[in-house]
Design a protein around this ligand. Structure first.
Ligand SMILES: O=C(O)Cc1cc(O)ccc1O
Ligand SMILES: [Fe+2]
Length: 441
């Protein structure tokens, strides 16, 4: 099931399927003949010439090389798109009710046909941008794998665990865990019932751990808690045809081959898929007064070339203590030069009623947002004792410097948009008292 994983973020790993000891060439990458008669194939995740700190590649020793396939032909993209001009721009606060998961008795939907693009910006061709997708599915991918030539997928399961078989091995990812499948890595998804989750796709950058600055050497997401699969292969001929689906320049293409792509007997390198359990996040927060900016909850960041500005950050709102004195503790009212897409894995988000697990919200660039009226009134008068916040819950945010367009599916055909969202702020009262004196504090 892929439980035996290796620890560490971005490490140089080396792994052999135990059925083939010595399958990893020693001392060189390209022996004239590889052990066990394997083919050597490099997967490059960065330009050859990137500085060492950002240079990423892995060497795969496989039964047949990936190049042995019939030509790619276009296939239906369903609701997957990179067309950011489908509908007119909409700067409103948007909130979606939980996205519908199809019933397997009605329609068999796998991870690929269950991909729906909600919003995004930029493009895969110029290698700069993001897309946010929902996946809703009920059926495992059989004799079919996916590779994304366009960018990296950060996958956030919300309902149902997913077993991801990759060229590097297998990993089971449950809700409250996340995984990253980087550009070009082939994978197949098995599901065990009705399954739903969120995907942050980034074109042209890989995810990194944020710098810690004065926090020191430890804290937030610790490198050792990231896990990478170990080599696992199958030597399987598929006479009926194995389908490789390739997302390329925003469109889907498929090709046939007569063998399983999960034929990597050994591999080494620092370009791998990985998973992380959000429970391991070491939360740092205010212990005196005021509400710290949510960047303190950043798990992973995909940096842009502008210092401190992310293409996208993955930020979580984990269970923690709230202890701030003389402070309005929930999120502040806000207008942001960044876009904020939020999702809820489980429980209840502190600043809002009506935000449900499996749903989402989008507060676009400079669109006002903040606590709803009940949250404001309650927390303005609350007695401030130390309190558990967000117990049993996990909300998250994909925060991006891109101004995102919403797709036709997101705005219309998903039929999940909560048209009355704006009303949660309508009853905010004017509390202004022109006669207020410092003594009445
Ligand atoms: O609830 C939100 O929209 C996200 C958010 C969280 C926070 O702690 C501060 C500001 C902010 O926008
Ligand atoms: Fe905000």
């Amino acid at each position: 099931k892929g439980e035996i994983l290796r620890c560490g973020f971005g490490n140089e790993f080396a792994s052999e399927d135990p059925r083939c000891p010595g399958s990893l060439p020693e001392g060189q990458n390209n022996p004239q003949v590889c052990p066990y008669g394997l083919y050597a194939e490099q997967l490059s995740g960065s330009a050859f010439t990137c500085p060492r700190s950002t240079n990423k590649r892995s060497w795969l020793y496989r039964i047949l090389p990936s190049v042995r396939h019939k030509p790619f032909t276009p296939m239906s993209c369903g609701d997957l798109t990179e067309n950011w001009n489908e509908v007119e721009p909409d700067p409103n606060q948007l909130r979606w009710k939980p996205f519908i998961i199809p019933k397997s008795s009605e329609k068999k939907v796998d991870f690929i046909s269950g991909l729906h693009t909600v919003c995004g910006a930029g493009d895969s061709k110029s290698r700069n941008g993001i897309a946010i997708h929902m996946y809703t599915c009920n059926t495992s991918m059989t004799d079919k794998c996916f590779q994304n030539a366009d960018g990296d997928f950060l996958i956030v399961p919300q309902q149902g665990e997913i077993l991801i078989t990759t060229e590097f091995g297998k990993m089971m990812v449950e809700p409250n865990e996340i995984c990253v499948i980087q550009q070009g890595m082939r994978f197949s998804v098995d599901v065990f019932g009705e399954t739903r989750g969120y995907i942050l796709e980034v074109f042209g950058a890989h995810f990194e751990l944020p710098d810690l600055g004065p926090i020191g050497a430890n804290g937030m997401a610790n490198p050792r808690d990231f896990q990478t699969p170990v080599a696992w292969y199958e030597d399987r001929t598929v006479a009926t045809g194995y389908t490789v689906v390739n997302k390329y320049q925003g469109k889907l293409f498929s090709c046939q081959q007569d063998f399983s792509p999960f034929n990597v007997v050994a591999w080494h390198g620092n370009y791998t898929p990985y998973k992380y359990n959000l429970e391991n996040f070491m939360v740092i927060n205010c212990v005196a007064f005021d509400h710290a900016d949510p960047s303190i909850f950043t798990v992973l960041t995909a940096k842009s070339t502008r210092p401190g500005v992310a293409i996208a950050d993955f930020v979580i709102f984990p269970p923690r203590w709230g202890v701030a004195d003389h402070t309005f503790r929930p999120p502040y009212y806000h207008r942001n030069c960044m876009s904020e897409f939020m999702g809820l894995i489980k429980g209840h988000y502190e600043a809002k009623e009506g935000f449900q697990p499996g749903g989402a919200s989008l507060h676009s660039i400079m669109t006002p947002h903040g606590p709803d009226v009940d949250c404001f009134e309650k927390n303005s008068t609350a007695v401030l004792k130390p309190e558990r916040v967000a117990e049993g819950t996990m909300a998250f945010m994909f925060e991006s410097s891109f101004s995102m367009a919403v797709t036709k599916w997101g705005l219309d055909t998903c039929h999940r948009l909560d048209k009355s969202y704006y009303k949660c702020w309508e009853a905010l009262k004017n509390h202004f008292n022109p006669n207020w004196k410092p003594s009445s504090k």
